[in-house]
Each structure stands twice: as structure tokens, then as C-alpha cells.
Unconditional design. Structure first.
Lengths: 116, 114
């Protein structure tokens, strides 16, 4: 893999559960991202953290709550999800922060989430 | 707003033949363009990018892409396809001074037939 790890790789949860996804990057990057990948839909950017500060929040429902305690770790806290939230959740990281947007991203393998 | 189109859901090519995966974009200002590949049960892997300079960009695994400003295109190419190139390919765009808000295309599934 590319130096970005995600746990768990698979998660099945009920609509009333609370769970968290974890991402860790070992590349010395200072920007981290959460994406949602659903079947037959483009990759959706959910959140961006740059230097541990949230800089993008693309109209994501409040049942998804990100946390970035330091530049190497990123969490996505989940609660009262809906079946349509079932998807592959990808974490990524990159060099650069702020307005610099030409650095490629390195992705983790993703967490396959199923909401029953 | 910026957007990316990949007009083909699926591209089939015989092994050894050249391949092209198409991408067109819409962005105001100078675009930054990327290609990524996704193999089954894996995250996306970076292939190449165009920032500025030569319109022909060379990347990993023998792939290259040509930036065409007048046609707002950034097609991915490879002179000789391998069966192992079979995967899902994504084009992405951002623009200068716009932070980290990348936009990805819907993806094109490439199948290389032996």
C-alpha cells in the first residue's frame, strides 16, 4: 500500500450504532481527506483537514463527524447512519496546505461500510 | 464551479493495442489535472498530473496524458496495453488558488482482453 492505512477494512452497523473509522498516514503529509465512494457515483469529497484544521466540509450530514487530532491521524465518527450511507470510505493525504492544490493525494485501501 | 467528465463508462482493448481513456474538464482559471487508477479492493493510486509546462505528461507504468487547452481535455494513453492494466481509472481536476477541493470524474472501467 501507499503509506496510508485505514481500519477497519469492513464494518457492518445498525442504524442506531455509533462507530468510528480510523486513518493513519506515515508519509509526513500535512493535509488529510475523507471521500465517499458509492456505486455508480463520482467520488465525493467529504472533509479536508490542512494542518489539523478543517478547511472543507462539503455539505455532509451531521451524522458524520470528523476529527483530526494531529497531522498523522484522521477519524470519521459515525452515528445514526442510514442505509444509503453504505459505501466505501476512503482516506487520503497529501503535501501542501492552504491554497496550494497541485499535490497528488495518496489513498488508503478504504473501509467498506454497510448500514443495515 | 469545476467539473470533470469521463464520457465512457467502459473501454475494452486487446492486449498489445494502444489504449485511450478520455477526460474533459471545466474550470475557470488554470487547471491542475490528475489521473488515478483503482484496482479491486484497493484505494486510488496516483498515475500522473499536469500542472504547467509540456502538454505531454509521462507517468507511472508507461502511461502518459496530453493536456489540450483548446479542447479542455486530458486523455490518458498507453502505447501497448497489458492485461494487468485492467482497472478503474479516474480523472480529477483542481485549480490554482482553490485549496484542496478536488473534483473527480465518475471513472472509466478499462478491460484489457488477452
Amino acid at each position: 500500500e501507499t503509506g496510508v492505512t485505514q481500519t477497519p477494512r469492513h464494518l457492518v452497523m445498525g442504524m442506531t450504532n455509533k462507530k468510528s473509522l480510523k486513518c493513519e498516514q506515515h508519509l509526513g503529509h500535512n493535509a488529510m481527506y475523507w471521500y465517499k465512494q458509492s456505486a455508480k457515483k463520482p467520488l465525493e469529497l467529504m472533509f479536508v483537514y490542512s494542518l489539523e484544521e478543517r478547511v472543507e466540509n462539503n455539505s455532509v450530514p451531521s451524522r458524520f463527524s470528523p476529527e483530526c487530532p494531529n497531522s498523522s491521524h484522521l477519524f470519521l465518527h459515525l452515528h445514526t447512519l442510514q442505509p444509503e450511507d453504505s459505501a466505501l470510505y476512503l482516506c487520503a493525504s497529501s503535501h501542501g496546505s492552504g491554497i496550494r492544490s497541485y499535490n497528488e493525494q495518496f489513498f488508503g485501501p478504504g473501509t467498506r461500510l454497510t448500514v443495515l | 464551479a469545476q467539473s470533470v467528465a469521463q464520457p465512457e463508462d467502459q473501454v475494452n482493448v486487446a492486449e498489445g493495442n494502444p489504449l485511450t481513456v478520455k477526460c474533459t474538464y471545466s474550470v475557470s482559471g488554470n487547471p491542475y489535472l490528475f489521473w488515478y487508477v483503482q484496482y479491486p479492493n484497493r484505494g486510488l493510486q496516483f498515475l500522473l498530473k499536469y500542472i504547467t509546462g509540456d502538454n505531454l505528461v509521462k507517468g507511472s507504468y508507461g502511461f502518459e496524458a496530453e493536456f489540450n487547452k483548446s479542447q479542455t481535455s486530458f486523455h490518458l494513453k498507453k502505447p501497448s496495453a497489458l492485461v494487468s492494466d485492467s482497472a478503474l481509472y479516474f480523472c480529477a481536476v483542481n485549480r490554482d488558488n482553490y485549496g484542496q477541493n478536488f473534483v473527480f470524474g465518475p471513472g472509466t472501467r478499462l478491460s484489457v482482453l488477452p
